[in-house]
Design a protein around this ligand. Structure first.
Ligand code: SAM
Ligand code: SF4
Length: 339
């Protein structure tokens, strides 16, 4: 087996953040809050209130400083997530600040959509390129049962507003919840095709105690059914740049993605790290390896010192998640790092 190069050797070879497995880190996901106006039962426990105090959140200037450092190290894509990012005040200002960072090419947002309609145009004007909206059901009662709130019409209005604001193509994320929303998948596919949204179906991951209660469900059978029902063909060209594998209608007008962390993972091409709202940098969605960046930020570290801390942190990036092998090991909820 060839010797793994030392951190100094790797840094010499690559000014870009490169991990021990030769993966270049180009994508930073930033959680701006772990708070949320919903309680999706696969993400957070019912009545959960044990959120990080806002004083512990990174401020926008702190987030911008870290993003600038990441951009200098090769980050080209930034996603804002949460919790629900639109519950934090002033998000368009943060987006405008990230937009001003020269090397960042793409800014996206993950949202549950409840607060989206009134701010979609402002987000676009601030420099947001794209967004993903969660939509686990089109049935108002089923949606309320999953999220704990009766706000499906707000989400649908948010989707429309995003499209009208030019934040397209809008992506819709639907988590497969065994025995809860499986039967609705063809209807959601049809709805997204009709509205020009790109639907991505996601296998539920065992995050915290909430993401593991239903047991594992994979998308393989559903994929076969949808391929046959909609005459889908696999997309072979690069699309999306993430873990989704896409299929499309024969006329090429509509595509449908499958994100399968449980049945087939794509860790070998993972290019991302996650900054939690409290300033902790998580190296893998499915592992707890992390490094605190808030203390060095607030202790007056220089950019060069922060750069060195980030480079060291990347050394901890694990080879892969172990959702199948060790489903109980992720104690944090998905809302902490934002998916
Ligand atoms: N609040 C925003 C939203 O719901 O889109 C952003 C944060 S949320 C944690 C990001 C994504 O993670 C959502 O698409 C959500 O459905 C997904 N998610 C949460 N818990 C999950 C789990 N246990 N397995 C798979 N996806 C999950
Ligand atoms: Fe909130 Fe998103 Fe988690 Fe639902 S999935 S509880 S909307 S953070």
């Amino acid at each position: 087996m060839p010797a793994i190069p030392s951190i100094a050797e790797r840094q010499e070879q690559s000014p870009v953040l490169r991990d021990r497995f030769g993966r270049d880190i180009r994508y930073l996901r930033i959680s701006v809050t772990d708070k949320c106006d919903l309680r999706c039962n696969y993400c957070m426990p019912k009545g959960f209130r044990d959120f990080t105090e806002p004083a512990a959140w990174l401020t926008y200037p702190e987030i911008l400083r870290l993003t600038r450092i990441f951009a200098a190290l090769g980050t080209r894509r930034v996603r804002i997530t949460g919790g629900e990012p639109l519950t934090r005040k002033g998000l368009p200002q943060l987006i405008a600040g990230i937009r001003a960072i020269e090397r960042v090419e793409d800014i996206s947002l993950s949202t549950n959509g409840t607060l989206l309609a009134p701010v979609a145009a402002e987000l676009q004007a601030a420099g947001l390129n794209r967004l993903n909206v969660s939509l686990d059901s089109l049935d108002r009662a089923c949606w309320a049962g999953i999220t704990g709130a009766d706000k499906l019409p707000h989400v649908l209005a948010g989707l429309e507003a995003a499209r009208a604001a030019g934040l397209g193509p809008v992506k819709v994320n639907m988590v497969l919840l065994k025995g809860v929303n499986e039967h609705e998948i063809p209807a959601v596919v049809r709805y997204c095709f009709e509205h020009g949204y790109i639907l991505r179906l996601i296998e539920e991951m065992p995050m915290g105690q909430t993401g593991s209660v239903r047991g594992m469900a994979t998308l393989e059978t559903i994929r076969q059914q949808l391929v046959s029902e909609f005459g889908l063909i696999p997309v072979t060209r690069e699309l999306g740049g993430g873990p989704a594998r896409y299929w499309e209608t024969p006329d090429g007008h509509n595509s449908l993605g499958f994100i399968t962390p449980m049945s087939q993972h794509f860790c070998a091409s993972c290019n991302r790290v996650r900054l939690a709202s409290d300033g902790r940098l998580y190296l893998c969605l499915g592992q707890e390896h992390s490094v605190d960046l808030r203390a060095p930020l607030r202790d007056g570290c220089s950019d060069a010192e922060l750069t060195a801390i980030i480079r060291q942190a990347i050394e901890l990036k694990p080879e892969k998640h172990e959702f199948r092998e060790q489903p109980q090991q992720i104690i944090r909820f998905m809302s902490h790092t934002g998916g």
